[in-house]
Ligand binder design. Structure first.
Ligand code: 5GP
Length: 194
């Protein structure tokens, strides 16, 4: 997605060879026009898959997921990372190792928001080693629902996540694929167009 790539080049900051900061438009301040375009891109990629629900993880997955939900006309459920007084019964959980925080945490979704009839699209802001997406897929499977696809805003293709998710046999689509962050520079993957 060219608009997203230009935004990353212009407003992203390379923090290290492995970490990109996009607080200017996705992870702290949010660019609503860009998020709408992101939602439209996911809707056009997954529009024919019969998606009934989107699942994401708080907090940075919520903005792109809501826009995709708007465009696909389906509800959005976000997994919580922290315990909540209102999230008490019938929890589906998974343990996820956070790439950015370097800690293991439990994510949870109430079973009342997922049913075995759901055909679910997973959306997240970044793909690094695939742990967040795999945790969400585990929760979807615990509910007896189907994981129909994974939509990623920014994939760091030099890390293991893409390989991990491809191994699950689920369709993965990333709107921007980064080949390298070396030398403080964002280099995108050259995608071969068919
Ligand atoms: P994974 O679970 O694929 O290892 O990592 C994905 C999660 O870690 C995302 O939900 C995202 O919040 C965070 N993350 C991974 N890499 C980056 C990065 O380079 N920059 C930012 N801002 N977040 C990242």
């Amino acid at each position: 997605m060219e608009l997203l790539k230009r935004k990353i080049e212009k407003e992203g900051t390379v923090l290290s060879d492995e970490v990109l900061k996009v607080d200017a438009f996705l992870n702290h301040q949010i660019d609503p026009e860009l998020m709408l375009a992101v939602g439209e891109a996911f809707a056009s990629l997954f529009g024919s898959e019969g998606i009934t629900k989107i699942v994401t993880i708080e907090s940075s997955g919520i903005a792109p997921a809501v826009m995709a939900g708007l465009k696909l006309g389906v509800p959005v459920v976000f997994a919580r990372k922290r315990q909540s007084l209102t999230l008490t019964d019938n929890l589906l959980t998974a343990s996820v190792y956070s790439f950015t925080k370097k800690t293991e945490s439990t994510i949870a979704i109430s079973a009342s928001h997922l049913s075995k009839n759901d055909n679910v699209l997973v959306i997240d802001d970044f793909l690094a080693n695939g742990q967040a997406a795999k945790g969400l897929i585990s929760i979807i499977e615990q509910a007896g629902a189907k994981a129909a696809g994974i939509g990623i805003v920014i994939e760091k293709s030099f890390q293991n996540g893409r390989k991990e998710l491809d191994g699950l046999g689920i369709r993965v689509e990333s709107l921007a694929r980064i080949a390298s962050l070396e030398g403080g520079k964002v280099t995108f993957l050259q995608e071969v167009r068919s």
